[in-house]
Design a protein. Structure first.
Length: 331
């Protein structure tokens, strides 16, 4: 039988208990315990985005864990730079955080010649929060029903099979480029200004295929408007049990990561990182949070600050090498 849900105060006590020594040290020096005011979470994407969805699901449970409100502040624009600058200018006391995606941390440093931040030097890594798979889909008009069909058509008509993306340097672009590279294919890239427009072009048969975030593609898959060819992830997904992973389908390529993580300014106190990390991890254990993430086609990704720092560095190495190899740049 499932244990009764503990009250919020009890959970917060459990979270903070492991950090008693650090907090006692703060008290001994006359510093107030952390957090002592609302915590601001800056979002580099606008309302309705993946990051906004993640933040809204986690805001209330994290607030309960911390005993302070987690206040969401949307600062979209300039491919995340506006939000990142807001974080860099904040005090490094743990009361201002950023919800960042893999693109800002592992891809952008290799895509932009003069990036105004360093993902290693300018941030304190706090916690991983979610991941999401991608899916390779094809238009009904393309006649593709499998990865084998996709590869066969691309090899028979080099440079003629088209793929849509949400823009140059976007995850949807890099994932398709990686598949084409590893399969030895020459495809024609058709960039759009967002994932919705790109997927609409596939539905209409204006482009042949696309690598899409699962949550965006799934309604069109369910409606029969596009054909799912492969899950661009490490394992099959419950929503599409009959669709193979890209490796099962014969595409031996690194999968596209789709994680979000919480960061702070460089130089945050370790005690604050520990408290925040524990609050996010406890929130991700909440059954209602996990249900809402699943409904949004997101996977909880609980872990330590070191875990997400290591994930960022590993993805940066793999995709940075690939970006340089392909000569990809965003101006």
């Amino acid at each position: 039988m499932r244990a009764a849900r503990r009250p919020a105060i009890g959970r917060r006590t459990a979270v903070l208990a492991g950090f008693g020594a650090a907090l006692a040290g703060s008290a001994a020096t006359g510093q107030p315990a952390f957090p002592n005011q609302p915590v601001r979470l800056v979002l580099p994407q606008g309302p309705g985005s993946g990051g906004d969805t993640v933040a809204r699901i986690l805001a209330d449970p994290v607030s309960r864990e911390l005993g302070q409100p987690l206040v969401l502040e949307s600062r979209p624009g300039a491919n995340g730079l506006i939000a990142i600058n807001a974080l860099k200018q904040a005090r490094a006391d743990g009361h201002t955080l950023l919800l960042s995606g893999v693109s800002q941390l592992s891809f952008n440093p290799h895509l932009y010649a003069n990036l105004a931040y360093d993902p290693v030097r300018d941030f304190t890594y706090v916690a991983p929060v979610t991941d999401t798979p991608f899916v390779l889909v094809a238009s009904r008009q393309s006649g593709m029903a499998s990865v084998r069909d996709f590869v066969a058509q691309a090899r028979a008509r080099p440079g003629e099979v088209t793929y849509a993306t949400a823009g140059i340097g976007n995850s949807t672009h890099l994932a398709a480029e990686m598949i084409a590279d590893r399969a030895g294919l020459r495809l024609s890239h058709v960039p759009y200004s967002g994932s919705g427009q790109a997927l609409t072009s596939v539905v209409a048969g204006q482009t042949d295929a696309m690598v899409s975030v699962l949550g965006i593609a799934l309604p069109q898959i369910a409606a029969g408007a596009v054909v799912p060819l492969a899950v661009v992830g490490e394992r099959r997904i419950a929503q599409l049990p009959g669709v193979p992973t890209q490796r099962e389908a014969g595409l031996d390529a690194p999968v596209m990561p789709g994680w979000f993580a919480v960061l702070g300014p460089a130089g945050m106190p370790g005690a604050a990182v520990d408290v925040l990390n524990a609050a996010f991890r406890r929130a991700l254990e909440d059954a209602s949070v996990r249900r809402r993430l699943e409904e949004s086609h997101l996977e909880p990704l609980a872990g330590t600050a070191a875990d997400i720092r290591g994930r960022m560095e590993a993805d940066s190495a793999v995709w940075g090498d690939f970006i340089r190899k392909r000569g990809l740049r965003v101006e």
